[in-house]
Structure formats: C-alpha cells, structure tokens
Design a protein around this ligand. Structure first.
Ligand SMILES: Cc1cc2nc3c(=O)[nH]c(=O)nc-3n(C[C@H](O)[C@H](O)[C@H](O)COP(=O)(O)OP(=O)(O)OC[C@H]3O[C@@H](n4cnc5c(N)ncnc54)[C@H](O)[C@@H]3O)c2cc1C
Length: 379
C-alpha cells in the first residue's frame, strides 16, 4: 500500500474553516485576554458549542470526530492562542474517561450536555501525592453505604473557573496502587468540595489552575464512572488521545512564533541589508521550519494510528515531547531574532515562549515521555 501524506479535501476544508473561525472569534480578543489573564466568557461559550462535541460519540449527540480532525483543530487553535488550546485539551480530558469507561446510563446523562456545549468538565488527577507518577495519588474515596466519601486535595487543575464538574481520580483501594484508583464525576458546589487557591503561572495565563479541597465530600455511588478501581485505565486511555492535542497544538504555537520571526527578518535591516540575508538568521529559520515539519509528521502519524485503532502510546509520547519542546525552541529563536522587540510586549513571541514552557510540564513532562519511549526500547 502506498504511503500518502496528503490531507483529504474534507480535512483541508476543516483546517481552513477552523483557521477562519479562530481569526474571527479568538485573535481579536487575545491581547485583552492576555492582559486581564481571563477568558472572554462569550468566546468560551462559542468555543464549547463549536468544538467540544468532537469528543463525543454520535449516539450521545456529538460528532465523533476522528483524531486527525481533532489535531487539525488543535493546531489551528494553538496557532491563535495557547490558552484557548487548553479549552480543547481539558474539554477532552474531562469527558473521555466517561466515553471510555462510563455505563450506558452515565454516557446518556453526562455526555449530552458536553455535546450541546452547555457544560464543561475539568480533569483532576494530579495531587499532593503525585503528578508524574499518578499511581501514587493520595485523594481517598471510601465507600459508605450507597455513597463515596472523599478526603484530600488535588492541585494544578485547569479551567475550574469555567467547569461545571470535575472528573476526579481517587484511591478506592490504597493497597493496590494503580489498580486501586477510581474515577468520579463531581459537581462544583457538591457539599464538601471547594475549588481552592489559584496557582499563578507564567505561561498559558489566560487559563487558570487551582487546588481542589475535599473534606468529607459525599458523592452518590452513581457518580462512580464505570467500574470501581478501573479509573487508572480510563485516565491512561484518555491521555493517549488528549496528549495529541498538545502535540499538534504546540506545532501551531511553533508556527505562530516562526511566522512572526520570518516576517520580522525580512523587514528589519542591519548593516545595510535585511537580517534574513545573514545565514546566522536564515539557517536558524531553516532549522525551525524543518523541525516544524518533523513535529507535524509525528503528531499526525500518532493521530492516524489512533484512527486505525492501533496502539500508539509510544508515538504519542514522541509527538508530545517533541512538539512542546519545538514550540519552546521556535519561540526562543523568534525572541532572539526580534532583538529588543522580542522582549517587548509589542510582539507575542514571549507569550508563545511561556505558553510552550507551560505545556512542556502538562500531561507528562518531557522526561516522563522519554521514560515511556525508552521502555519500548528495552522491554
Ligand atoms: C499548566 C499546567 C496545567 C495542568 N493541568 C492539570 C489538570 O488539569 N489536571 C491534572 O490532573 N494535572 C494538571 N497538571 C499537572 C501536570 O500533569 C503535572 O504537573 C505533571 O504531570 C508533572 O507532575 P508534578 O508537577 O507533580 O512534577 P513531579 O512529578 O514532581 O516531577 C518533578 C520533576 O521530576 C521529573 N521526574 C519525575 N519522575 C521522573 C523520572 N522517573 N525520571 C526522570 N525525571 C522524573 C519531572 O520530569 C519533573 O522535571 C497541569 C500542569 C501544568 C503545568
């Protein structure tokens, strides 16, 4: 079978329409949102309606988009705004554990409000016990009658300020490590559950992360997603897909910084000619453009494997770390090529740099992805 690297006419059409949508609905708001460090609420509502149904199967009201299509959307949204990329990313993280593990009744009840754009669910895995090693989370959920009682905390949980509920992972059997974790859908406002202090961050700063506090938080048993102690499996299946949003989305960030640098290099003159005519500049841009191509190939190959239902944990890890590190590299190159303007707020390249640094540490750090890849080398 021949290899075909081209996108279909439908995929090209999707990219063009998402690009237009972002130019109209996101780009004009970026400066204001970055300044206020807050999402524009009207834009968030439109974003939810437009894109979050992609994560939901058709029988529950969604469009059941394939992963290549999700990556196309992620790349274009990432180009427009790193912070807005978190809406797509966390939107998927919050609902995919239900798609993968929920009972039929839960899918009908909890997925329809996502498909219609009415609700948004956050994703609460990281806590005081662990980030990179989620088998060691500490949040405890004890079964008492037909309820679960949760005690503990979560940290670094994204987009709680726009979420209605959080897909929360807790230990139901602490003696069993990863095999003792369950997932719950917990509404914000559930007694015993409060969204706590914000952890202020340097990048992706329109989006916020918060701590979550659970004190004798009682949750009805029907809020246990799927089966008790299967939560870790749902989380890992989910991450295999949502990490690709960051892989492709960071290709978008890399492109955004690169485009600013290419334009600037052609316009800015030093020593009597445009700086693009100096090899120190043009070779740097040639390198970045090569790496953008490489990162795109990694991301879309992993997405294609997901579409074929072929295991792609290794390829996803490659695409995630490489895409995020490339966005950092492209933004850092742009900051340097722009000279003093690179540092200024007149150009967005510092925002891209800080956004990329934030994404490097989300959904598994670069070291964790290299660890996953190396397991395939030696196992
Ligand atoms: C912007 C942002 C948004 C986030 N949003 C969410 C969210 O919505 N929900 C959620 O659940 N979590 C979220 N997180 C948390 C994120 O998943 C964790 O920060 C990440 O997994 C790293 O965990 P940690 O911070 O506990 O670092 P640690 O696990 O403590 O790691 C610290 C350092 O040690 C390194 N390290 C750890 N283990 C190894 C190893 N075996 N070999 C080599 N190096 C190692 C790491 O790479 C890192 O450099 C978010 C994080 C960020 C930055």
């Amino acid at each position: 079978m021949p290899i075909d690297f081209s996108f279909t006419p439908e995929q090209e059409e999707l990219r063009a329409s998402v690009r237009e949508w972002c130019k109209k609905e996101i780009t004009p708001l970026v400066d204001e949102m970055e300044e206020k460090e807050e999402f524009n609420k009207g834009m968030v509502e439109k974003f939810k309606k437009k894109f979050l149904n992609m994560w939901i199967p058709k029988e529950y009201g969604g469009t059941d988009a394939d992963t290549v299509d999700v990556c196309i959307v992620a790349e274009e949204v990432g180009y427009a705004s790193g912070s807005c990329l978190t809406l797509l990313e966390v939107g998927g993280l919050g609902c995919l554990p239900i798609v993968f593990g929920g009972t039929e009744e839960q899918k009908k009840k909890f997925l329809a409000p996502i498909a219609s754009g009415e609700k948004f669910y956050g994703f609460g895995l990281t806590d005081e016990g662990a980030g990179s090693d989620p088998a060691n989370i500490k949040l405890r959920a004890e079964k008492k009658g037909d309820e679960y009682v949760l005690n503990g905390m979560k940290r670094l949980i994204s987009n709680c300020d726009i979420a209605h509920s959080i897909t929360t992972f807790a230990k139901t059997d602490p003696s069993k490590g990863a095999k003792g974790i369950s997932a719950f859908l917990i509404d914000i406002g559930n007694p015993g559950f409060v969204v706590g202090k914000r952890l202020w961050g340097w990048g992706i700063k329109v989006h916020h992360t918060n701590e979550l506090e659970f004190k004798d938080c009682r949750v009805p048993a029907e809020r246990l997603i799927g089966k008790e102690n299967d939560g870790f499996i749902y989380a890992m299946k989910c991450l295999d897909r949502t990490r690709l949003v960051l892989a492709a989305g960071n290709v978008g960030i890399a492109r955004a910084a690169f485009d600013v640098a290419v334009k600037f290099a052609q316009e800015r003159e030093a020593f009597g000619k445009p700086i693009s005519e100096y090899q120190a500049i043009s070779f740097k841009l040639a390198e970045i453009s090569t790496e953008i191509e490489a990162a795109r190939l990694l991301a879309y190959k992993a997405a294609w494997l997901d579409n074929q239902k072929i295991r792609h944990t290794r390829e996803t890890s490659m695409a995630k770390w490489y895409g995020c590190e490339l966005a950092r590299k492209s933004a850092e190159a742009a900051v340097k090529i722009l000279g003093g303007y690179g540092w200024s707020k007149d150009y967005p390249v510092m925002i891209h740099l800080h956004d990329a640094l934030g994404f490097i540490n989300a959904q598994g750090t670069t070291e964790i992805h290299k660890m996953i890849i190396s397991r395939y080398l030696f196992d």
